[in-house]
Ligand binder design. Structure first.
Ligand code: IDP
Ligand code: MG
Length: 149
C-alpha cells in the first residue's frame, strides 16, 4: 500500500481546517498512520522545500511555513499519492477545481492550506524529514474489506 505525506499548513491550522482535511482523507478510505502538530524549524522547512531553493518565492514560503504550527500526517492507501494530489487540487486555489481542498477553501497560491507529496519518492523523503519510523503505526481499519476488493 502506498504512503503519502500531507501537511495542513499554518493557514489551514489558523482557519480551523485541520478536522476538515483529516475528515476528507478518512472518508475517502485513506488511513492515518501518524500525525503530529508542530512548528516546523527553518532548517527542516529548507529540507522539505529543497526543490524550490532557487525560486523567487522560496524565502517567503519558508517564512510562512515556519510561522506557526502545522499538522504533519502520514497517510496510506491504494494509489495514495495521486489520489491525495487530486483531492488537494491545483497549486493556485483560484484555479483549483471546486470539490478539491484548495478549490473549496482557498484563493491565494501563498495560502493554499495543504501540502501533499507529488510522487512516491517525494513521499518517502518527506515522511523521513518529519517522522521517525517509530512514530508510524501500521494497523488494520475495520472497514478495509469494504474499501478494497
Ligand atoms: P504544490 O504544493 O502544489 O506541489 P509547488 O509548485 O511544489 O506546488 O510549490 C510548493 C509551494 O510553494 C506551493 O504549495 C505554494 O505554497 C508555494 N508556491 C508555489 N508557487 C508559488 C508562487 O508563485 N508564489 C508564492 N508561493 C508559491
Ligand atoms: Mg510540490
Amino acid at each position: 500500500m502506498q504512503r503519502s505525506y500531507v501537511m495542513v499548513k499554518p493557514d489551514g491550522v489558523q482557519r480551523n481546517l485541520v478536522g476538515e482535511v483529516i475528515s476528507r482523507l478518512e472518508k475517502r478510505g485513506l488511513k492515518i498512520l501518524a500525525i503530529k502538530m508542530y512548528t516546523i524549524p527553518k532548517e527542516t522547512a529548507r529540507a522539505h522545500y529543497a526543490e524550490h531553493e532557487e525560486k523567487p518565492f522560496f524565502q517567503s514560503l519558508l517564512d510562512f511555513i515556519t510561522s506557526g504550527p502545522s499538522v504533519s500526517i502520514v497517510v496510506q492507501g491504494k494509489n495514495a499519492v495521486s489520489v491525495i494530489r487530486t483531492m488537494v487540487g491545483a497549486t493556485n486555489p483560484s484555479e483549483a477545481a471546486a470539490g478539491t481542498i484548495r478549490g473549496d477553501f482557498g484563493l491565494d497560491t501563498g495560502r493554499n492550506i495543504v501540502h501533499a507529496s507529488d510522487s512516491t519518492e517525494s513521499a518517502k523523503r518527506e515522511i523521513s524529514i518529519h517522522f521517525s519510523e517509530s512514530d508510524i503505526s501500521e494497523y488494520s481499519r475495520i472497514d478495509e474489506q469494504w474499501l478494497y476488493e
